[in-house]
Structure formats: structure tokens, C-alpha cells
Design a protein around this ligand. Sequence first.
Ligand code: DQA
Length: 145
Amino acid sequence: PSILLINGPNLNLLGTRQPEIYGTTTLADIESEAHKQADQLSLTLSTFQSNHEGAIVDRIHEARKKVDFIIINAGAYTHTSVAIRDALSGVEIPFVEIHISNVHKREPFRHHSYLSDIAVGVVAGLGTFGYTVSMQFAANYIGAK
Ligand code: DQA
């Protein structure tokens, strides 16, 4: 079974970007923790980060028929991208939407997501621990199918 972890724009800056909101854990830390979990759960994990909407769309297409579950933090594209929504619908891969911060307690423009109503579930506000929880969930979800 295989999982794809996608991080969108600006998440490459984690660790130094607004640490009061996003904490001090880096993307490299998150990805290495996810790889550790994947090994323990006997899952194959691919990770991908891009600041470009089209590159994220392309990566989702590439996952078609190869990946069993996607964990995606689409960053700001969450609130703007019909294209990423359509890509996720198009490949029919179940996914969890994740946000490090609690987007509902922030600016109103972060309250709407183009992904939530087609996601299996949404994780927000748990900090980077949300990735750990999502990996565990993905393993259970794939195993239960
Ligand atoms: C985010 C929340 C988004 O609103 C923001 O644009 C991000 C990060 C989060 O993980 O909390 O880039 O997805």
C-alpha cells in the first residue's frame, strides 16, 4: 500500500515561517517522521512539495492508479484552487486535508476550502502532529478496505 504526502506553497519555509502560528518543526522533520511511520506500518511513502499549482496538479495525476491514499496540505491553494480540487476528484484517490493551524480561528478567507467536501476528513489546528495523526489514519483506512 502506498501513500503520497503533498505539501503546497510556502510549506518549504516551515521552521522559520511565522513560528507563532506554524511552530518550529521543518518540512524535512515532518517528512522524515512520516517515513519512519511508513516503515513501521509497512507502507510505501512518497513526499512532494511545490509552490506551483500546476506542479501539484501534475503530481496528483501521476499518482493515479499508483497511490492508495493522499495526505495533502495545499496551503493557500486550499482556499483558491478549483484545479487541485478537480485533480483530486479526477484521480479518485481518497485523501485527508490537513492544516497545521486552526484555519477556522484565523482570517475569514481561510474558512472556506475547495477540498473539504470531497475529502475523507479534515485535520486542522493540531500543529505538525496532524501529519502523524493523518499517517496513522491513512494506514487504518487502507487496511480497512
Ligand atoms: C495552512 C493554512 C493556510 O491557510 C495557509 O495558507 C498555509 C498553511 C496550514 O497548514 O495551517 O499556507 O494550510
